[in-house]
Design a protein around this ligand. Structure first.
Ligand SMILES: [Zn+2]
Length: 323
């Protein structure tokens, strides 16, 4: 059977988020939406419209531990008795979100944002957005959690779905691919609008930042190579022709990277200056999404050897390689 889309409201600028339901041979839900009354009502209505009562749910599969996708997993598991399945790398974000979010916010506040040169209001807006997201993260009781390996297979809708680790938007993102029906549950890997390559807190204690957009580009290559008929994305309508979308997004990324490089060559050396040039149209509370893209372009430029990162007066400067 095909995954059934249930569109759920979020308070974020991304708009709505999709959960996908399999009703046969047992009810399985992929992703849950945010933790809110509005989401709960929409989710229960969506299940009921497909003949599924809350208590019928057997499994809740989580694609990645972002609050718009996994926010309702804990309450839903408690109310339904369903088991929450999540990849081994994302498990801690569901079991102990307060700890993981604190580590992420601390990293931004002390080891990332100070080097960007962002002025105080923009700095605080990023930290504030993260704190607000963290507040909606509800833990899933450990006895309700089941982890799957990154090279595993999940049974959904009576068919085996391959787990595919797709870092870039999130280091902890998994997509699911069904080769016989050529269906792809894409999470936030393939969206109409390019997903942001979110800066993750590095796992080791050196706190050396790990480039996210280069990872996303490698994941795009992997998805492009798959034989896919239908894409079930984490946001927006179900679509086909994934390679056209990927080609278009690559073009856009290269164009914006070149734009960034022109600004660097014209003396805009810091993340703060470049964000101001490229993303001042985004309201401050959502500016972090532009920030992630910009850092991504700089990472690509560094990987190509076009710019080098230099610490000057405690702020990262991106200097054209020939200067
Ligand atoms: Zn999302």
């Amino acid at each position: 059977m095909n995954p059934i889309r249930i569109e759920l409201p979020t308070p974020f600028d991304v708009g709505s988020v999709n959960a996908f339901l399999f009703t046969e041979p047992e009810p399985v839900l992929v992703d849950t939406g945010v933790h809110s009354d509005e989401n709960w009502a929409a989710l229960v209505a969506g299940l009921n419209a497909n003949g599924v009562a809350l208590t019928d749910l057997r499994r809740i599969v989580i694609t990645h531990p972002h609050v718009d996708h996994c926010g309702e997993a804990g309450p839903l598991a408690e109310a339904s008795g369903a088991q929450v399945w999540v990849s081994e790398v994302a498990q801690r974000w569901l079991a102990d979100p307060a700890h993981m979010w604190q580590r992420r916010v601390d990293y931004y506040a002390h080891h990332f944002l100070p080097f960007t040169g962002l002025p105080e209001p923009a700095f605080q807006a990023v930290v504030g957005s993260m704190r607000r997201a963290a507040e909606t993260a509800v833990p899933v009781p450990r006895h309700r959690l089941t982890t799957f390996p990154l090279d595993g297979t999940l049974q959904m809708g009576g068919l085996p779905w391959q787990v595919l680790h797709m870092p870039g938007h999130s280091d902890y993102q998994t997509c699911f691919y069904q080769p016989d029906t050529r269906q792809f549950l894409a999470a936030d890997m393939l969206l109409a609008k390019t997903p942001t390559p979110i800066v993750e807190r590095p796992l080791d204690d050196t706190l050396t930042r790990i480039p996210a957009l280069p990872k996303f580009m490698r994941s795009l290559d992997l998805v492009e190579a798959l034989d896919i008929e239908t894409v079930y994305p984490g946001h927006g309508d179900i679509f086909t022709n994934h390679r056209a979308l990927i080609a278009q997004q690559r073009q856009r990324i290269v164009a914006r990277k070149e734009e960034c490089f022109r600004l660097v060559r014209n003396g805009r050396y810091t993340i703060a200056q470049l964000t101001e040039e490229m993303y001042s149209h985004i309201p401050l509370r959502f500016r972090f999404s532009g920030l992630w893209m910009l850092v991504g372009y700089l990472d690509l430029l560094q990987a190509e050897g076009a710019v080098t990162e230099q610490l000057r007066d405690g702020i990262w400067h991106y200097i054209p390689a020939n200067q």
